[in-house]
Ligand binder design. Structure first.
Ligand SMILES: NC(=O)c1ccc[n+]([C@@H]2O[C@H](COP(=O)([O-])OP(=O)(O)OC[C@H]3O[C@@H](n4cnc5c(N)ncnc54)[C@H](OP(=O)(O)O)[C@@H]3O)[C@@H](O)[C@H]2O)c1
Length: 290
């Protein structure tokens, strides 16, 4: 079965491509903007016509959260309009869609893990555009699974873990925010889950149940706790000083609390999820080895 992966050069897309050898039943076709621009209706139509994917995992996104505040149009085109285009093509070619979304659809004023029924209220352009993408997918194709995830990192691409490792080696002291709390997610763990959902379905071991799901690694962390763990696991001696969000002015506001409740995805798809510390260690060992 053909599985189309968009945004395949990104963190999540790269992790999916790297795992493809473990799933011989799945013919994973990775594309990125150079081979399939998801904002281009005609290219999407032509691509679907050619490969007739059984599944599509849309990992393509505009993920520059701060830049999005100034670039509303491209962020909205890529994160909101394009998922709608993909969902329509999926409907036409009878493909099942997995759309990746974000914890930034919530305003972060909560005090217990957000479940899929909680009201959304994005506080920035990125979160708003991703939420519109969810709506467009669900409106255009009811056979869509939306997976919201948070604080994604990987040995591929640019992310918080790699930045802390780099700056930690260069400096003696880092200031990191302690009053934003969430759950880090190793993109490799999420990639395994996505391929498992598809594989279980094609082997008739479980259904493909459309709807919204939350997924992150288990456990809760502030950016400060996360950076302390990163440096400790990598044996880097740089010190870290905790600071409030106000001391770190960014263009986009970020939710103070964005922990996701993962009960629904665990029960529906029979998943066990690793704690973020174990997964972080896996990722750091991979980065150091490479
Ligand atoms: N990163 C996080 O912390 C985080 C947290 C929660 C949810 N998510 C969501 O998780 C998903 C995967 O994120 P990620 O971190 O893997 O993203 P990423 O590393 O930024 O990868 C996204 C990929 O999509 C490509 N892309 C951009 N516009 C495109 C277009 N028009 N057509 C085709 N491809 C295009 C990007 O290319 P360019 O690099 O050339 O633009 C990039 O290769 C996204 O839906 C994101 O919103 C991410």
């Amino acid at each position: 079965m053909n599985v189309l992966v968009t945004g395949a050069y990104g963190q999540l897309g790269s992790e999916i491509s790297a795992l493809s050898g473990l799933y011989p039943e799945l013919n994973i076709i990775g594309t990125d903007v150079d081979s399939l621009d998801i904002t281009d209706n005609k290219s999407v139509e032509d691509f679907f016509k050619k490969i007739k994917p059984g599944f599509v995992i849309n990992c393509a996104a505009y993920t520059a959260v701060d830049k999005a505040e100034d670039e509303i149009e491209p962020a909205t085109l890529i994160n909101a309009t394009a998922p709608g285009i993909i969902a329509l093509a999926c409907k036409k070619y009878n493909s099942k869609l997995i759309q990746i979304s974000t914890d930034y659809v919530f305003n972060g004023k909560g005090f217990r893990p957000y479940n899929e029924e909680d009201p959304v209220d994005p506080i920035g352009v990125y979160g708003k555009s991703k939420y519109e993408g969810e709506i467009n997918c669900l409106n255009n194709n009811s056979e869509t699974v939306i997976i919201r995830t948070s604080w994604l990192y990987s040995s591929y691409g640019k992310n918080f873990v790699k930045t802390i490792l780099k700056i930690g080696k260069e400096k003696d002291l880092l200031k990191v925010i302690f009053d934003q709390v969430g759950s880090p997610t190793y993109a490799k763990d999420l990639a395994i889950v996505l391929l498992k959902i598809i594989n279980q379905y094609i082997k008739s071991e479980s259904n493909f149940t459309p709807g919204i799901y939350h997924y992150s690694n288990e456990g809760v962390s502030s950016w400060y706790d996360f950076s302390v763990a990163i440096l400790k696991m990598a044996n880097i001696s740089c010190k870290i000083s905790p600071v409030k969000s106000e001391e770190f002015i960014t263009l986009a506001k970020r939710p103070h609390y964005s922990v996701l409740d993962k009960t629904k995805i665990k029960t529906t798809y029979n998943l066990e999820i690793q704690n973020w510390r174990e997964s972080l260690l896996d990722c750091i060992q991979t980065i150091i080895k490479d």
